[in-house]
Design a protein around this ligand. Sequence first.
Ligand code: FAD
Ligand code: MLT
Ligand code: ZN
Length: 477
Amino acid sequence: MTCVPDATILTALAEILGPKGFTTDPAAMQPWLSDWRDRVHGQAAALVSPATVDEVQQIVRLAAQGRVALVPQGGNTSMVAGATPSAQGGALLLSMRRMNKIRGLSPDDNVAVAEAGVVLSDLHAAAETVDRRFPLSLGAKGSATIGGLISTNAGGTQVLRFGTMRALVVGIEAVLPDGGRFDGLSALRKDNRGYDLRQLLIGAEGTLGIVTAASLRLVSAVGSRAVAWVGLADPHAALRLLRRLESATGDAIESFEAMPANALAMVLRHIPGTRAPLQGQHGWNILIEATAPAGAAEPSERLTALLADAAADGLIEDAAIASNEAQAEAFWKLRESIAEAERVDGPAAKHDISVPVSAMPTFLLDARVAVEQRFTGSRVLGFGHLGDGNIHFNVQPPVDADGKRWLAEEGPKVSSFVHDLVAARGGSMSAEHGIGQLKLAEFARTIDPVRLGALRAIKQAIDPQGIMNPGKLIPAG
Ligand code: FAD
Ligand code: MLT
Ligand code: ZN
């Protein structure tokens, strides 16, 4: 059990952090006490915003002395309410947003060193200044921070080629729950000094320590890109198309994102300034991005020819290749706005599942029928990272239902049903968003005892007082 911070701790924090880094003002804290979809509402004793690693260490030491809960927060875009404190209050909400310096960019090492509060799109811009890029992107890139992306092992739309954050973090600096600073920033390509603390902290959702900075892998800048929008009948055709394009282009295909007709229609309905790239309706829409390095042949001609072949073979129904950057961005906007359109559309039981890539097309078709039959009137809206075997298999309430009520009453049953279908195919109930607090009950229900025992042993060893983001990720004993 954690404790509420007493006046001595709060006064010490106010002195250490000054007015820019410490507040108990309810109005200043309020925007940060709910999750992005406004499903969970928490309370905090104070909002602390350190500007240096030393300040983070002092905060953690005080919290450890008083056994006070710390809830780390970056951009607060978590899809599982991972950065929202509990409604009981008493926690310190630890915002990392002021630690937003890019400490270095080394094109020779292909590495950027960024503090935890650096916003992803700012890192993208910084990498461009040295003719490199950081190859991970997602719809929340204007708010999500490096610390949050690391702590959730975020995926996004380029995993197909470059992997998740696990593959992109080459060094890490963190403050552990006793206030000690772990300096693992050196971007070593080889380092076999035992357990890999870097990998342990990636995906730990703030339960093992505070990430303060990271060394991040950069890759060559894009010379040219081709962005295509494809309409086709079903996910089987989509996977066949992906494999065909990969075989023909080597590793040029970076993104292969899937949207069923209902997801596209929802975006067009709710997001101003959007329009469908193709005439007519297609069961599924695929957004494809192919790139080439500077000096290499532009990929658009090759992609156009390959898609023409696919159309001639009956694999796809229609396709459009963006003719300029503005059109390419417009295609991407359609994809990246799905989460926002869903938020406007109303409550839904959201799932972030993965199954082996080859099993995904059949899963998508069968699971949709199974869910809609079992929960009368419910509507499956499954979209996302088909090429990674990761789909956001969301289930919306019947059109005439009170969405909030339906979610409260039916949501848990729907989620269990979906997760059991996923487990039957050897899949995961959390592919890229993590567990946070919204997936905790389902994680506890489905986790196998060996995995659970190991997770708890690691947590107990590193955070024996349980002050780091309590109530998230680790099922209670
Ligand atoms: P927060 O939401 O603030 O925190 C996330 C978790 O990390 C919490 O558990 C928090 O306690 C912990 N944390 C934050 N900073 C630190 C730190 N410095 N040290 C230790 N722990 C910390 N996710 C994907 O994987 N792929 C997607 O395609 C994707 N698309 C999205 C699109 C939209 C529109 C939105 C709103 C979200 C999307 N997400 C996606 C989810 C979200 O953006 C990611 O989980 C992201 O990594 C969260 O970053 P953040 O800075 O907002 O972290
Ligand atoms: C996405 O792929 O768009 C995100 O992970 C957000 C979501 O699941 O809604
Ligand atoms: Zn996603």
